[in-house]
Design a protein around this ligand. Sequence first.
Ligand SMILES: *Cc1c(COP(=O)(O)O)cnc(C)c1O
Length: 387
Amino acid sequence: MLLQAPKIQFVDLDSQRKRIAESLEKAVVQVIRQGQYIMGPEVFELEKALSAYCGAKYTISCSSGTDALWMVLMALEVGPGDAVIVPTFTFAATAEVVSLVGATPIFVDVLPDTFNIDPKGVEIALTVAKKQGLKVKGIIPVDLFGQPADYDEIEAIAKREGIWVMSDAAQSFGAKYKNDYMGTRGIATATSFYPAKPLGCYGDGGAIFTDNEELAQRIVSIRVHGQGTHKYDNVKIGINGRMDTIQAAVLLQKLTIFKDELAARNRVAAYYNEALEGVAGVVPPGVKDGLTSTWAQYTMIIQAGRNRDDVANELKKLGVPTVVYYPRALHQQPAYAHYPVADINRTGKGALSCSEQLAASVLSLPMHAYLSEETLEYIVGAVEEVL
Ligand SMILES: *Cc1c(COP(=O)(O)O)cnc(C)c1O
């Protein structure tokens, strides 16, 4: 029998705000009074704190996760005739930035257990690129839902091919691949501080991490219209990619509780996993040995026989909000349908079939650091009842 339905939020930013309200509001007011709204001291303080957190030599804060990815591609001088290998089961920004610099994204399938790019698919994408006369410049693995991709395998392929790896860690800042925090693998890492990400600000924000000094300097220039040594020198084409000082101040406060929140998210995921293990029709998500996840989303698979959207509707009636990340793979989206795909034919049914199946069957449950045991019990009870 189900308990009384509590008011359940998919992401609870208000409990977090209340927890640090005093210091948070003080920090924001301080920025407003001090008046350095653009590139104020908090921006540089945040960059230092983020470097200290993940171990990256250089942190370049910026205007969003999308701009972080985009500026790295600009700095790496990716352009027309070039191709970049990306997973098809991801948020649009991963491929969008490749198009924005005039290059061609090549879509690769993901693995059914981690939802992350399939290294075997990367090999196929390399062959597809050769056939089409495209020069592959790099690979952008995505750490989907907070779990790092297979960096050892992907970096080995990249090394062999003489191409780079840029990590789309928009959902995984704070996660670890073996001994490495995200931010330290590949030539550069891009992350996002969109409010609903595990570490979010109160607007748009992002950051780029790299150990490469020359690349860092290029990105710093691109972030302010390709500026040279003087403010009104333009030595290359850039954008306005700065982070607002107010957002940096917010993030500095949120960083003080971030480790604790990640631990809480992991407890929530462990609760879900244990409770859903035996529920027929549900495949709970797993994290590979030696890796940690930020649990940006808790995404389960609704197995064949049950319509995912029906399950979502029934859960909604019971007061349990869910979201579908993502209802279509990118190669199924009108804007991206004309780009090449790496045909793996894992099931013999067609290209990128794992991603297409996931898009039709995934469902994400409420996930945040402030879910009580009582609420979790209710959510799991509702899932059991619906299935
Ligand atoms: C959120 C997200 C982005 C984009 O970040 P924004 O800050 O919203 O621009 C890019 N890639 C992935 C995988 C994301 O989840």
